[in-house]
Design a protein around this ligand. Structure first.
Ligand SMILES: N[C@@H](CCC(=O)N[C@@H](CS)C(=O)NCC(=O)O)C(=O)O
Length: 235
């Protein structure tokens, strides 16, 4: 008798354009862990997403053996621990270095998403102020790169690690914002180290297949805006 296919142990609930979802995909790829990707429909939330992340109702959610893990920073750290025997470490081995990488990861998430959405015109706000906020945060992160990388290729050293994944997940959206505004975001003249690092990050074998190009992200943003407007106008 043919048996039903076993449910995959690792599933990711998300969307291809989300920087937060991309983090989970890159972490799993670094570890060599296969997963099933459950693509959410544009502008909607599946029952599985709502049931798995009832607190924030946001993607990504990692389902490991059916158990949900939420929030991308938590998920990437979970992947590093749960699959410790597979692939390279994602968080630094040294506790102080781990603290520094977590600090800058939280800094990036506190400063960048809202300002980037404003720059792209997804939310109302002063675009010049948003551009200045992003530039100032990237200036700080340029210095952080010098301190963390110690002259090597990535924040984590010779290979991609936690902070590379966290900041790197925004690179596609930096480029989309550049396309929309016609102004540089990851500016080679202001942040040369980060500009070169971003190119290396996008070319990494764990990243290149899941890093969306700027044009697709610009189109996605327009489609999302239309889908959200349509659902808001529905009675
Ligand atoms: N802090 C969260 C942010 C996740 C997030 O904002 N996800 C977006 C997609 S990019 C989402 O699900 N938005 C739906 C909503 O805000 O209702 C994380 O790091 O996982």
């Amino acid at each position: 008798m043919a048996s039903a296919a076993a449910a995959p142990d690792v599933r990711v609930v998300g969307g291809w354009a989300s920087p937060f979802v991309m983090r989970v995909c890159v972490a799993l790829r670094l570890k060599g862990v296969a997963c099933e990707f459950l693509q959410e429909e544009l502008g909607k939330k599946s029952g599985l997403l709502l049931a798995s992340n009832p607190v924030h109702k946001k993607m990504p959610v990692l389902l490991h053996g059916g158990r949900p893990v939420c929030e991308s920073l938590v998920i990437v750290q979970y992947v590093d621990e749960a699959f410790a025997g597979a692939g390279p470490r994602i968080l630094p081995a040294d506790p102080y270095d781990r603290a520094v990488h977590r600090f800058w990861a939280e800094y990036a998430d506190a400063k960048l998403p809202t300002a980037l959405r404003t720059l792209r015109g997804m939310i109302d706000g002063d675009k010049a102020e948003a551009a200045e906020l992003v530039a100032s945060a990237l200036g700080q992160l340029e210095e952080a790169f010098a301190g963390c990388s110690k002259g090597r290729r990535f924040f984590a050293g010779d290979d991609v690690g936690f902070l590379d994944i966290v900041l790197g997940s925004y690179v596609g959206w930096f480029r989309a914002a550049e396309q929309i505004t016609g102004q540089p975001v990851l500016d080679e003249s202001r942040t040369p180290r980060l500009a070169a690092w971003a190119t290396r990050f996008c070319a990494h074998e764990a990243v290149s297949d899941v890093m969306p190009d700027a044009g697709s992200l610009v189109e996605f943003g327009e489609a999302l805006r239309a889908a959200l407007a349509a659902s808001a106008s529905r009675p």
